[in-house]
Design a protein around this ligand. Structure first.
Ligand code: ZN
Length: 411
């Protein structure tokens, strides 16, 4: 490879700093999808991509496509999202979009003609920060966007999603046409560079890793129902305390997570009637369980259910489960994972791998085409906040490794 990888990595960081300075304030990055700052960011990307020799188009879901023709019609998608959460960081999503500018320059204006056609894609609204619909643009492309379910969604100020999207020339009812458009391209691979957003790589002393999959999720509400009673006059052993059964269950979930090396989170606790002198008659908790292995996930789910039934019986209360949302684990394409591990090894000496706990646009792409991701280490594991950072030398290592992967796949 004659290409100057060091210079390219430094240029990507300079571009990232420029984007951050254009779209951040003292609280952090403000590129929330379907807002003027996001529009500014996506226009910035499209302009720079055009200057790099790419042809720009926007699909019916608002995803920006920057294309450089290769020698063959087979094509490779490389992308991520430029939108962020309110008061977000400078790297989440932006890293994977901005790195494509340097890729476009290399294979576009610098005339290192690729074998495969390259589509650099800025996926619209990955975060779902304004309307609560995550992976909007990429799920429209996969065909799984639930248009009927979200058509009347509003933001916190009561603005209708369909009206706001129309201001950005996206017709909500037509977004799934992006799926038909996608099928016209002969896509053979999809690649995404992202920050880890967790502490695992830093803990292992690694700068970059091949991501071989994304965890599945079991997400439920669990409602315990007992009997309200006077806090002074009711003997302990006679109570039907709904909170105690919930609390014991939460402790059991932690043991289940540790035993199976997955994660279990009780993020919501609602106690009724929420009065200091009344034994609670109702307690609703949420449970979010994740694992990369579908059998392990199924086991964690059934063991959690058994635990709640055991403690409900012990405390003489009733327990009911209701599903919020579930998704099976995504395992990325074996060949691409091998290529990705090789690229990481060439850069760092080790073929480090990791799986992702957070969801990404790549989970939607993986439904359609062979897909793989690469993670850059996150300092202190922090993300979705202005403290989100990766030291520049480590970021450069990750960018260089990713550009090595791209070269293997497009040539
Ligand atoms: Zn992201």
């Amino acid at each position: 490879m004659n290409f100057n990888l060091d210079g390219a990595a430094k240029q990507v960081i300079a571009d990232l700093r420029e984007l951050a300075s254009l779209t951040s304030d003292e609280k952090g990055a403000q590129r929330v999808a379907w807002t003027p700052v996001w529009q500014k960011a996506r226009t910035w990307f499209a302009d720079k991509a055009r200057q790099s020799g790419a042809a720009i188009s926007i699909d019916p879901a608002g995803n920006t496509w920057a294309t450089i023709k290769g020698k063959s019609d087979d094509s490779v998608i490389i992308g991520s999202h430029i939108d962020c959460v309110p008061n977000g960081g400078w790297l989440d999503g932006a890293l994977g979009v901005v790195v494509t500018l340097e890729i476009l320059r290399r294979y576009g204006i610098n005339e290192e003609k690729p074998t495969k056609t390259i589509h650099a894609v800025n996926w619209a609204d990955e975060e779902g920060a304004r309307f609560g619909v995550s992976l909007t643009g990429s799920s429209a492309v996969s065909g799984d966007l639930e248009v009927d379910r979200i058509i009347n969604f509003t933001d916190n100020d009561g603005n209708k999603m369909r009206d706001v999207l129309a201001q950005y020339n996206v017709k909500l009812e037509n977004m799934l046409q992006a799926n038909q458009e996608f099928k016209k391209h002969n896509v053979t691979a999809s690649l995404e560079l992202h920050i880890e957003q967790g502490p695992v790589l830093e803990n292992q002393g690694k700068d970059v890793a091949c991501v071989y999959g994304i965890t599945g999720v079991e997400r439920h509400y669990i409602k315990f129902t007992g009997q309200a009673a006077h806090a002074g006059s009711f003997p302990t052993e006679m109570r039907q305390d709904a909170f105690l059964a919930a609390a014991k269950s939460a402790l059991a979930f932690r043991e289940i997570a540790l035993k199976h090396k997955g994660v279990c989170t009780v993020g919501k606790v609602k106690v009724h009637p929420d009065v200091v002198t009344i034994v609670p008659d109702e307690c609703v908790i949420s449970l979010d369980q994740r694992s990369i292995d579908k059998d392990v996930l199924a086991k964690m789910y059934s063991e959690a259910k058994e635990a709640t039934q055991k403690f409900a019986k012990q405390d003489n209360v009733k327990v009911e489960w209701s599903k919020i949302w579930t998704i099976a684990p995504t395992l990325f394409d074996k060949e691409l994972v091998e290529a990705c591990k090789q690229a990481v090894k060439e850069e760092t000496g080790e073929p480090t791998t990791i799986y992702s706990g957070p969801l990404h646009d790549s989970a939607e792409l993986a439904k359609l085409v062979p897909t793989v991701m690469m993670f850059a280490v996150s300092q202190r594991g922090l993300s979705h906040c202005k403290e989100e950072d990766t030291p520049e030398p480590k970021l450069e290592t990750a960018i260089r490794a990713f550009m090595r992967l791209v070269h293997k796949v497009v040539m």
